[in-house]
Design a protein around this ligand. Structure first.
Ligand code: BGC
Ligand code: MG
Length: 599
């Protein structure tokens, strides 16, 4: 298909003193309440937030079955707080046959026994409150599991009241003019799918059900039938499910695959782009199956439903879109009445080999800050669907990976934008792709092997300690193998090393909270002709902080014309810059970040 996912070809991937103390796990960062004085503002919490995505299978196993669970997350709430995280987004933890590891939901108002119970989720939310960490859930609205009672009923008979909750089609005569060889591959009872739509996960997007003699549409696996959002009963049932969790105190939702709710009512063929994808299907544009205008009416109603709740509940969208003009629509344009935070995938996800391209970053950041009618950007470089950024942005020298990861953190945490990060990123965890087909768990890696190896590599267990199973589980049979580097890349080791990935991450999240300029200062790009160093100043008027990041493997000397040029280093990834006191004639070693207050 389908540029719903950008990273994998045709699919996924498609004047603070320098803080040198290494925070041990038990060392408290200031809590929200403590820091709110220095940074008090009327802005809703999510405007300054760091949001941390947790893949629940992989974070912490509390009961020794080799699979992470909710109580595991609850146990780690102190760690999450000390990271400087304001909210966690938990990937789907609802009952599910786990074909797509939870993105195939069979009951929206419960918890999969593998992960715990509703009571465990209530405890998790309460622990979050104690630790000033808000909880966001993943809401999958495009499709359900084929084992959801709604679909079981829908597929039982054309006369069942639930039938029209899904997208059905009688198919067309296999001998009709214009039917392609591809469509004929999916022939049943003389009928073929009504058009060329392919599933993002391989094969036709239409699946035949003998009991009703019809095809149903599925954007993803055939076990994930698409809901029919043209039926108002579907909207009501889905909004009810959202209210179930809002009533329990969740702070909002990450809306899965949200641009895909509607399909073209005329079922027009998607334009062919030429060639065959990793799953063996023709490459198609997603013109008639994604980002249809109808979706915005639903989002406006959803926003007003969510806004009835106190406490600034937030809607985050998984919005892979072609450009900023399309992204602007997801905020609601001038009205700003749709999603508060549609994800901006245009900065962090370009392809298999992302580049630290200074002008590209500068231009896109400027565009995102100015072209969405005041919408708050939400930037992101890592998630559970794409090769980790530490791998994607790496250059030829593996020794640079860590510095590059730190440079991306500097960008993420020092912009006037909401920051979204993914568990393990704070440690510099890498993608560990399976090397044998028989080890693959993600079905797209099985059907797509060896061209598409699936998403297991970025879902490996969280690395807590150098001990057995990295402290993730007491069970040697973890659901996915540990990454081989866990003895050195882990929370315990890194919290004792002042220059670790983890300490850099925490330094930045703390500065973002405590420093008024980094918290809420306006951004001005500096040295805009440079093709090697990204630099900008954040300023409230009285407080100013300059940020400079060398995006290259060579040392770069810069002179930044900002205020008097007198500087005081707040944080840097290179010790040679710790006592730098001027913005002039400054040499940044390869991939180095420098953050300094200026007068
Ligand atoms: C999720 C994927 C999932 C797909 C189908 C995505 O956007 O992030 O992990 O496979 O939606 O639900
Ligand atoms: Mg478990």
């Amino acid at each position: 298909m389908a540029s719903h996912f950008k990273m994998r070809p045709g699919l996924f991937r498609a004047a603070l003193p320098l803080i040198t103390a290494a925070f041990a796990l038990s060392t408290a960062l200031p809590t929200l309440a403590q820091t709110s004085k220095s940074t008090a503002s009327d802005a809703p919490w999510w405007k300054h937030a760091v949001v941390y995505e947790i893949y629940p299978r992989s974070y912490q196993d509390s009961n020794g079955d080799g699979v992470g669970d909710l109580n595991g997350i609850t146990q780690r709430m102190g760690y999450i707080e000390h990271l400087g995280v304001d909210a966690i987004w938990i990937a789907p933890m609802y009952p599910s046959p786990q074909v797509d590891f939870g993105y195939d939901i069979s009951d929206y108002e419960s918890v999969d026994p593998q992960y715990g119970t509703v009571a465990d989720m209530e405890k998790l939310i309460a622990a979050g409150k104690e630790h000033h960490v808000r909880v966001l859930l993943d809401m999958v609205l495009n499709h359900t599991s084929d084992k959801h009672q709604w679909f079981i009923d829908a597929a039982s008979s054309r006369n069942n009241p639930k039938h029209n909750w899904y997208v059905w089609n009688d198919g067309i005569n296999a001998n009709a003019p214009g039917v392609t060889a591809y469509q004929k591959r999916f022939e049943h009872e003389g009928k073929v799918p009504p058009n060329n739509w392919v599933s993002g996960f391989g094969g036709s997007a239409w699946e035949w059900v003998p009991s009703v003699h019809q095809f149903y549409y599925h954007m993803f696996y055939k076990q994930q039938p698409d809901l029919n959002w043209r039926n108002p009963e579907v909207e009501k049932a889905c909004f009810d499910a959202m209210r179930f969790w809002l009533d329990k105190g969740v702070a909002g939702f990450r809306l899965d695959a949200i641009p895909t709710l509607f399909e073209d009512p005329q079922l027009r063929n998607n334009p062919e782009k030429g060639g065959i994808n990793a799953q063996g299907d023709p490459n198609l544009s997603d013109e008639y199956v994604s980002n249809l205008p109808e979706v915005h009416d639903v989002i406006r109603r959803m926003r007003s439903m969510v806004e009835k709740y106190p406490g600034n509940r937030v809607l985050i969208g998984e919005t892979y879109l072609p450009n900023t003009a399309e992204l602007d629509k997801w905020y609601g344009g001038t009205a700003q009445n749709e999603l508060q935070l549609p994800m901006d995938m245009l900065l962090g996800f370009h392809g298999d080999h992302d580049k630290l391209d200074v002008s590209g970053f500068r231009d896109h950041i400027t565009e995102a800050l100015t072209q969405t009618h005041g919408g708050q950007p939400l930037f992101v470089f890592d998630n559970h669907d794409n090769v980790r950024a530490i791998n994607r942005y790496g250059d030829v020298d593996p020794a640079h990976a860590g510095l590059i990861n730190k440079a991306l953190d500097t960008v993420l945490f020092t912009l006037p934008a909401t920051a979204l990060t993914y568990y393990g990123e704070e440690l510099g965890m890498v993608t560990t792709t399976p090397t044998r087909k028989e080890d693959v768990k993600d079905p797209i890696g099985i059907t797509g092997w060896p061209k598409e190896k699936g998403r297991d590599g970025e879902r490996t267990p969280m690395q807590w300690t150098p001990g057995p199973q990295a402290g993730f589980s007491t069970n040697p049979h973890t659901w996915l193998p540990l990454a081989p580097d866990y003895k050195t890349v882990n929370v315990e080791v890194e919290s004792k090393e002042p220059n670790s990935q983890l300490e850099w991450f925490k330094k930045l999240t703390m500065l973002r909270r405590e420093n008024p300029a980094l918290h809420s200062g306006k951004l001005t790009m500096l040295d805009t002709a440079s093709t090697s160093v990204l630099s900008y100043v954040r300023s409230t008027g009285s407080d100013s902080v300059v940020v400079a990041i060398n995006f290259t493997a060579q040392p770069q000397t810069i002179s930044l014309d900002v205020k008097s040029g007198k500087a005081h280093t707040l944080a840097t990834t290179d010790p040679s810059l710790t006592s730098t006191s001027s913005t002039k004639n400054l040499t940044l070693p390869p991939y180095t970040s420098w953050v300094a207050s200026v007068q």
